[in-house]
Every structure is written in C-alpha cells, then in structure tokens.
Design a protein around this ligand. Sequence first.
Ligand code: PEP
Ligand code: MN
Length: 340
Amino acid sequence: MEAHATAEQIEAVCAEIRAMGFTPHPMPGPTRTAIGITGNQGPIEQAGRLQRLPGVSQLIRVTVPYKLVSREFKEFDTVVEVGTVPIGGSGIAIIAGPCTVESREQTLNVARAVHAAGAVILRGGAYKPRTSPYSFQGMGEAGLQILAEARALTGLPVVTEVMDTETLPLVAEYADMLQIGARNMQNYSLLRAVGRTNRPVLLKRGFAATVKDLLLAAEYILAEGNPNVVLCERGIRTFDDGLRFTLDLSAVPLIKQLSHLPVIVDPSHASGRADMVMPLSRAALAAGADGLIIEVHDNPAYAVCDGTQSLVPDTFAALMQQLARIAAAVDRSLVTVGAA
Ligand code: PEP
Ligand code: MN
C-alpha cells in the first residue's frame, strides 16, 4: 500500500482479496502496510481488480514458496515482543535458564542468577521431548507453576516448550512465549495450532531440516494469523561427530537475507558442551544473531538433563560481559529489562 493509505483503503483491499477467494494478511511496517495474499495457486489472474483500488502502490509477485516470512513480502525486520522484551531490531536479547524445571528451589535460584547477570527472558522446560522414553519427561503443570513463580519473582517473561496440541491450551496459559522444539519443527498440526494462538513462538530448526524447511515451517504459523515468530538455529546433524551437533552459523546471515523474522542461536544444544558455549555465543553475535538461548544450572553435575552443556551462573555472568562488548562491535546493544 502507499505510505499514506488509510485504514479504510487497506480494509477495502482485504475485502477484495477475500471476494477473489483468497486470504489477505495485512502487515503494518514502519513506512507502509504490506498485504500478503495466500490461497492462490500461481500468479493472480484479474490482478487489475486490486491494482485499481485507491491506496494500492504496487503488486509484487513473491517468487519463493515461503511468502509471508519472506523479505520479498516484507522488507523491514520484524520485532517480536515477548512481554515487554523486544526480539529483533537493533537490540540483542539473551534468554537463559535451566534445560528443565527440576524443582522450585533450582528454578528460582537459576532465574535469580540469570536475571542478575542481564538475561531478559527465562527459559525452562516443563514438557521435555527426550530421545529415550525412560528419561525424565518433565514436571508438567507443576513445572509451569514454578515458571510462573519465577516470572513473578524476577519480572522475566518465560519461554517454555509445547510438545503437542493436547497440552497447548495449558502451556499457553502460563507461557509468554511458546517454544517448538527441533523434533517438532515439522509437526504441522502443532504449527497450525500455535499459529491460532496470540502467543509469540520460538521455532527451533530441526536437526535434519534445511533453511528452506525452517522457513516453510514458520510460514505455517504466519498463515494461521500469528506473525510473532522467532527462528532458532540450534545445530544440525552432519558427518562430524566431534560435538553433539554442528552449529550452522551460516544459517544466520542467510535467514536474515531471505526473511524478515528475527533469528537467535542456541549454542548449548548445538555443541552439548559447556566449554563451547562461550566461543559459539561470541561467533553468533558476530554473525548477526538477534539473540541467544543458553542453558544455565546452579549445579550442573546434578542436573537431571543436559548438565554437560549447562553454564554455572558465574560463567554465564562472565559471558554476558563479553557479549555486551561484541554487541557494541557490531553496532548493537544487549536488550535490558524494562527496555521499550
Ligand atoms: C531445549 O531447548 O530444551 C531443547 C530440547 O532443544 P531442541 O529442541 O533444540 O533439541
Ligand atoms: Mn536442554
């Protein structure tokens, strides 16, 4: 739409798109609103019906299959608000917390520590997708309640994983941001279901998924009407077995070129080793990541899950100091709590 198009003109275009049998997706930007069209197979016939409407600037054919997430559709970076914390734009948001909620004491301890060190969102799983059915599966609703208590204590918004559509209403009640784990990246019914909520979504890349697969997974969520998606590179499977996974840092600048969505990096799951988290975090910010998600535990040797990759609070605090300097070197800054 033109920069000065009115709300009535935008609605008239949406109405015409619906009359043509397609779905309109208006997306406001800093200078103008773009209206995505889905439901059409191939180029739109009778494009003149739209072109002639007042306020229309131009019709742009999106050439990639992931339409709504593409830069072709929306030129400017999307900023996703999690509580009051922005992800994307000029700030860099650091998410930290335990792999899983083990107890009230452990979660509140870690929440206090990462908050003091400057993390702006708390992570922690209450429903855990474990490779073995015999491993700890998470505390469930009791874990969600502990996360809510940690949020009340620190003011940090909470991101936690939702594993299936059955538990989605419950998890969405407690979570400020819904995490879709790597193993569920192509669970299309779950993607559609989170797309129908109004909660921001953290979508992790599957470990055998291409960047295109990831963008198409995000498209499922946007197509249902939820534009608040943050992508996460968390390591992929390659021939190299030196570490748990191979962090594909090239995905960060590639995604930033192809999509307007924010991208963060998970150096903890990518490497599986605490001593790799600091160098990979530094590299991720240098590569243009909009944030990091890092596992922290107050007593990693006793962690129920992912202890080998968890940082102790002191190391996390030292990492935060370094990250502030790296952010400045790439003309950005770490998001701080309370930032607009
Ligand atoms: C997690 O973040 O706790 C997790 C299970 O990550 P992933 O889905 O990337 O393996
Ligand atoms: Mn974990």
